[in-house]
Ligand binder design. Structure first.
Ligand SMILES: [Zn+2]
Ligand SMILES: [Zn+2]
Length: 134
């Protein structure tokens, strides 16, 4: 019943997300300067790297409303776990189906490739002769 070309990842299993899942998820990014005050206060430090969150920091607001450097949270989500490192809310449901590529055509054997090259060289030579270049 399922399409063999589509791989549907688990929506509940622990583990990291794919970078593409994070990119396509609705988790807005802000530049510190543009962050609207009525959305709550900007934390002074990033909970992951403990660096200051400044007005030129780019950060992401997670669905749980936690604010973390974009670079730090993306790395966390893609290498550690698809969850908020702060409150442990999970985002495994953001995993999207992956289209599994059809198998590529058989690679040409090295021998055949050599033959192909020899054939091509012979053809070029013949063609040059035809044009009286040799
Ligand atoms: Zn950080
Ligand atoms: Zn959170």
């Amino acid at each position: 019943m399922s399409d063999p070309d589509i791989y549907v990842p688990s929506q509940t299993e622990k583990g990291p997300l794919h970078a593409r899942d994070v990119e396509q998820a609705r988790m807005p990014c802000f530049l510190g300067l543009d962050y609207p005050d009525d959305n709550g206060h900007l934390p002074e430090t990033c909970p992951l790297c403990f660096d200051d969150m400044t007005h030129d920091s780019i950060f992401r607001r997670l669905p749980c409303n936690h604010l973390i450097h974009k670079q730090c949270i993306d790395k966390w989500l893609c290498t550690k776990d698809g969850s908020c490192p702060f409150c442990r809310e999970t985002f495994y449901h953001l995993r999207r189906p992956i289209v599994v590529r059809e198998s590529l055509p058989e690679p040409i054997e090295d021998e055949d490739k050599d033959e192909l090259e020899v054939g091509r060289a012979a053809f070029v030579l013949w063609w040059k002769k035809m044009l009286c270049l040799v």
